[in-house]
Design a protein around this ligand. Structure first.
Ligand code: FES
Length: 83
């Protein structure tokens, strides 16, 4: 069992395990508060790491260059399901 997060950017969705590669903390303490205000990045509330939503790559912060662990998801009949 794990906590996951699903992000949608336009028509694309991605799923990730809700664990930051820096220290393993959950990315957010609040449901639905994973993105930066401009919605361009996933933000880790722990130490401010920023991740590209479509790749999970850390582009700023203490885990620069690492990636979120992918969680395969897809849309079927309008619902998000585990792939
Ligand atoms: S736990 Fe995410 S940046 Fe430190």
């Amino acid at each position: 069992m794990f906590a996951g997060v699903v992000v949608r950017i336009g028509e694309e969705i991605r799923g990730y395990v809700d664990s930051c590669p820096h220290a393993g903390w959950p990315l957010s303490a609040l449901d639905d508060r994973y993105l930066t205000r401009d919605h361009r990045h996933i933000l880790c509330a722990g130490h401010g790491a920023l991740f590209t939503p479509l790749t999970g790559e850390c582009v700023a912060g203490p885990c620069f260059g690492e990636r979120l662990s992918p969680w395969p998801v897809e849309v079927r009949d309008g619902r998000v399901v585990t792939a």
